[in-house]
Design a protein around this ligand. Structure first.
Ligand code: NAD
Ligand code: GLY
Length: 375
């Protein structure tokens, strides 16, 4: 266990407020931390086949020490688990375990497990509590906070889901020790995204060396990055929980392009969500610069920094046989942000200055895509 001070943030949502703990050794202490938010001393821990062998025993022992009875369910790892089939399997398994309204689910894993378990919790018995124990960088800085839960369908990502806030989030920085480098990179894209949206100081900090330290495993830097991102997201979610006021929509920077790339690569291992977000951010800045909204030098900075960290910046770097801008634009039409048939983009006036842009000419989007495909 590393020597990190645990920080606690609160997502302020009135009676549904909850804490985010960020620190080391939190899975070992999970029982004592979870106990105060339970309605009965019983939880079901759901994880995936990569994470369960690493952390399930540690978590269940800690629960037992705190007098909490736990059962476990282990699902296959990967984006393909976030679908109707596994949702059904999970719900049937939960019902077979005779869960009650006061039973709490614990999602132990990355964003896939967090999103799936959160959605199952939202609809099981018309809604039960759940707790997030995020174990990827991406889930610690983004998906475990804010209550967006969902599954993917063949029409696109996250199109079936619910807003359902967790009761507690435990982000154990030590869990990142076992995370493959590619997943660290994917999470990094979501961290950098906060800088690009509204936190130029965070972006400069990353650019000035913290980014590389984070990727290399510096725990102080990782903890600070998780804290800054969660503080940012907690603020945004408290002010615009259901993405109706606009602020929360900004968190989708890079996602309109990114989701289209993910849809085209089939939500598989070819392109991870965070990797898609990195390319999507590069494209959002390229489109902003092309429209004269943002300096080209900022768009260049974004591309340069992601590349320096080891992230791909163009679809041409992904080994798909054929990219087609019209097919990608078709995927964008399935985005949740489509309004009256028009695609909404998050664009920027510069680093840290994102805004919502509607009525962007498809020809401009196609030009940016064509250039990226040919890069
Ligand atoms: P993931 O859950 O698939 O985890 C990535 C991989 O790492 C998996 O193979 C997993 O088994 C493995 N893993 C997890 N923790 C590990 C650890 N500590 N050590 C070793 N291996 C570990 O992917 P992710 O990147 O965490 O999440 C992506 C998902 O999150 C996408 O479905 C995306 O749509 C969703 N998401 C949701 C929100 C939201 O607000 N709800 C925000 C961003 C992303
Ligand atoms: N990841 C975007 C959101 O939570 O709103």
């Amino acid at each position: 266990m590393s020597d990190l001070k645990t920080e606690i943030l609160t997502v302020d949502l009135g009676s549904r407020s909850y804490d985010i703990h960020i620190g080391a050794g939190l899975i070992e202490r999970a029982g004592e931390l979870i106990k105060p938010v339970l309605h009965q001393p019983r939880v079901i821990v759901i994880s995936d086949r990569n994470v369960a062998p690493l952390y399930m025993t540690k978590l269940q022992r800690s629960l037992k020490r705190a007098g909490i009875q736990s059962d476990k369910i282990v699902l296959p790892a990967g984006e393909q688990t976030k679908d109707f089939k596994y949702l059904q399997k999970l719900l049937n398994k939960l019902l077979s375990m005779r869960i009650e309204r006061r039973t709490t689910l614990v999602a132990l894993g990355g964003g896939v497990i967090g999103d799936l378990v959160g959605f199952a919790a939202a609809i099981a018995l018309r809604g039960i509590d759940f707790i997030q124990v995020p174990t990827t960088l991406l889930s610690q800085v983004d998906s475990s906070v804010g209550g967006k839960t969902a599954i993917d369908t063949r029409y696109g990502k996250n199109l079936i889901g619910a807003f359902h806030q967790p009761r507690l989030v435990l982000a154990d920085i030590d869990a990142l020790d076992t995370l493959p480098l590619r997943e660290i990179h994917a999470g990094y894209a979501e961290i950098a995204k906060y800088g690009l949206i509204n936190d130029p100081a965070l972006w400069s900090w990353l650019e000035d060396g913290a980014g590389q330290k984070l990727v290399d495993g510096d725990k102080q830097v990782r903890a600070k990055a998780v804290y800054e991102c969660c503080a940012n997201k907690a603020r945004v979610v408290s002010g615009d929980e259901r993405e109706t006021e606009g602020q929360r929509a900004l968190l989708n920077l890079g996602h309109t392009f990114g989701h289209a790339l993910e849809a085209e690569t089939g939500f598989g291992g070819l392109l991870l969500h965070g990797e898609a977000v990195a390319i999507g951010c590069v494209m959002a800045f390229a489109l902003s610069a092309k429209l004269g909204l943002c300096p080209q030098s900022d768009a260049d900075r974004v591309r340069r920094h992601f590349a320096s960290i080891g992230l791909r910046t163009d679809p041409s770097q992904i080994p798909l046989n054929h990219w087609d801008s019209d097919i990608l634009i078709g995927h964008m039409g399935n985005d949740k942000k489509v309004e009256a048939g028009a695609i909404t983009f998050i664009l920027a006036r510069g680093i840290g200055q994102a805004f919502i842009a509607r009525n962007i000419a498809t020809s401009e989007v196609r030009a940016v895509l064509d250039r990226a495909i040919a890069a």
